[in-house]
Design a protein around this ligand. Structure first.
Ligand code: C5P
Length: 226
């Protein structure tokens, strides 16, 4: 199974102007933790990392230290996550049939989650890891006034990995590009193309590191794991 890791963001919500994946968690860069899980996965055989070219030097240093046994390619990222994944898809080895896409910022995903998604992709063409939402979610309109309260029983929080048949995902990205669709995950492109996307049980600890609080929580989780 091929794995693409979008890692080309800026991390503005983290309050800095540096790629948040280079911040450290228990003395190791965030990206290292993501790569360690990918390395430990039994199913992942190839890894592509999408980054901004000015981060490649730091990424190479991370890869040198991580000393992975699996082949890794660095691929130029884009201005948006969507563009980064588009570029990543073009960088897949020829003949790649299935791909998992996993945000570098979700550095607590376990190897078992990668494997669960890879196995599930053998019997479907699109899937995402997700967990049922715990909070009641409100749809808020202009002026901060609540418009509606969707039934919580139908709501799931989307995570990554998200897995797809490469050919179909490429077509969806092409269509999205032509029609100017702007999405924040790849499943949304599949959905807009009326293709089914299945749910794989995600992990409550599979946080996307976004703000400094997430970093503190992630450190606590990792400490308890080891
Ligand atoms: O900003 P956010 O955390 O939502 O980004 C999700 C993932 O997408 C991160 O791992 C980030 O590095 C990546 N990303 C990207 N290219 C961009 C913006 C974000 O690969 N232009």
């Amino acid at each position: 199974m091929h794995l693409l890791i979008p890692a080309a963001g800026l991390g503005k919500r983290m309050g800095g102007d540096r790629n948040k994946l280079l911040l450290t968690l228990l003395k190791r860069p965030l990206l290292t933790w993501t790569l360690r899980a990918a390395e430990a996965s039994e199913r992942i055989t190839w890894i592509g990392i999408m980054g901004q070219s000015y981060d490649f030097k730091a990424f190479r240093e991370i890869l040198r230290e991580a000393n992975l046994s699996k082949p890794v390619e660095l691929i130029e990222g884009g201005v948006t996550r969507q563009e980064s994944v588009y570029n990543g898809l073009q960088g897949l080895p020829e003949g790649a049939e299935g791909v998992l896409i996993h945000d570098g910022a979700r550095c607590l995903a376990t190897p078992q989650l990668f494997d669960r998604c890879a196995i599930a992709l053998e019997s479907c063409s699109g899937l995402i890891a997700a967990v049922p939402v715990k909070d009641t979610i409100k749809v808020v309109g202009d002026g901060g006034i609540i418009q509606s309260t969707p039934d919580r029983a139908n709501l799931w929080a989307a995570q990554t990995p998200q897995g797809f048949e490469v050919k179909l995902l490429k077509e969806c990205h092409e269509k999205g590009k032509q029609l100017g669709w702007e999405v924040t995950d790849d499943a949304a492109l599949f959905e807009r193309c009326d293709l089914p996307v299945e749910i794989v049980q995600g992990e409550e600890t599979n946080l996307k590191i976004t703000t400094p609080v997430d970093l503190a929580i992630a450190e606590f989780i990792l400490q308890n794991r080891s």
